[in-house]
Design a protein around this ligand. Structure first.
Ligand code: F6P
Length: 323
């Protein structure tokens, strides 16, 4: 191996820069050349690459976003686009490529692997949704979850002062990891997660029960699901049933930015080193991850084909801690 490429793709996630930095430092320590591919798969198709040396990654570990920039490339979802990407990999003379991203990135990488057989491909999980199979945590989740908890704390002050019901919508798409963990940490009364069927009656009943034991306000954490903004409809229906005023706060992209937490910087660093080591060991077509405290590699196909389940124990403790 002589030349290693690195790119970030899909939604940016705090900690991606720590990972890029770790990839560069590890590769340079083994005397390899590192190229940063800009704008994710769109940049790969265009062959948009810049050399990454020690100077390029200096003073970046504390920055959110990604210094390489990112994209969700429609062209890459076509065979023609992927063939152009494979040609660029050859032109750039890459022996290995580290792909930092989420499910969509690895779906694309699995397809690319069939066309780009000149370079080894190794993935690194980074997604605030934390929905990638093959790792307990993805880079970015911890920062986003802490952002959501801070928002819940702030809103609780108003909820308590005005005796109100609040619906706080968090990201996560079709996975409830952000809602579950921020809901536990923020002391929410109820959750709406895609893993469970939505029941306005159940949500209303749980809030009513809380009021009967003396609660005067309540917070419901809602996963955006496939329809961001869904919490407005849920709030209206629950409010009508309970005849109780409510407010909605959609956290949106606030959760994606900001300086990475300690956990995301360490995870990004660990995964960056592990990805280069995996390449040096001759691995390809896999994603590095951490399961039960162990670093391991999972075949790329599994990371997006298998649905990562929520932690059953956390779901269970939420039920009675939220009463
Ligand atoms: O996948 C990360 C994520 O932040 C999701 O939680 C959210 O649904 C989506 O990206 C938003 O994507 P975009 O920034 O492209 O609107």
């Amino acid at each position: 191996m002589r030349r290693i490429g690195v790119l970030t793709s899909g939604g940016d996630a705090p900690g991606m820069n720590a990972c890029i930095r770790a990839v560069v430092r590890t590769a340079l320590a083994h005397d390899h050349v590192v190229l940063g591919i800009r704008h994710g798969y769109a940049g790969l198709i265009a062959g948009d690459a810049v050399p990454l040396d020690r100077t390029a990654i200096r003073n970046t570990i504390h920055q959110g976003g990604t210094i390489l920039e990112t994209s969700r490339s429609l062209e890459f979802s076509t065979e023609e686009g992927r063939l152009r990407a494979a040609a660029a990999i050859e032109r750039l003379e890459l022996d290995g490529l580290v792909l930092i991203g989420g499910e969509g990135t690895f779906h694309g990488a699995s397809l690319l692997a069939a066309e780009a057989d000149t370079a080894a491909l190794v993935g690194v999980p980074a997604s605030i949704d934390n929905d990638v199979y093959g790792t307990d945590y993805c880079i970015g989740f911890d920062t986003a979850a802490n952002c959501a908890v801070e928002a819940i704390d702030r809103i609780r002050d108003t909820a308590r002062s005005h005796e109100r019901l609040f619906f706080i919508e968090v990201m996560g798409r079709t996975a409830g990891f952000l809602a579950l963990e921020s809901g536990i940490a923020g002391g929410a009364e109820e959750l709406v997660i895609p893993e469970e069927e939505l029941s306005i009656a159940r949500i209303s009943e749980r809030i009513r029960e809380g009021f009967t034991i003396g609660k005067k306000s309540a917070i419901v954490v809602v996963t955006e699901g496939k329809t961001p903004g869904i919490s407005f409809q849920i709030a209206r229906e629950v409010s009508e049933r309970l005849n109780f005023e409510s407010r909605v706060v959609v956290l949106g992209h606030l959760q994606r930015g900001g300086p990475p937490t300690l956990r995301d910087r360490v995870l990004g660093s660990l995964f960056g080193v592990a990805a280069v080591e995996a390449l040096l060991e001759g691995r390809s077509g896999c994603m590095v991850g951490e399961v039960g405290g162990d670093l391991l590699c999972t075949p790329l196909e599994k990371t997006w084909q298998k649905k990562k389940p929520l932690n059953e124990h956390l779901l269970w403790i939420f039920q009675f801690l939220s009463e």
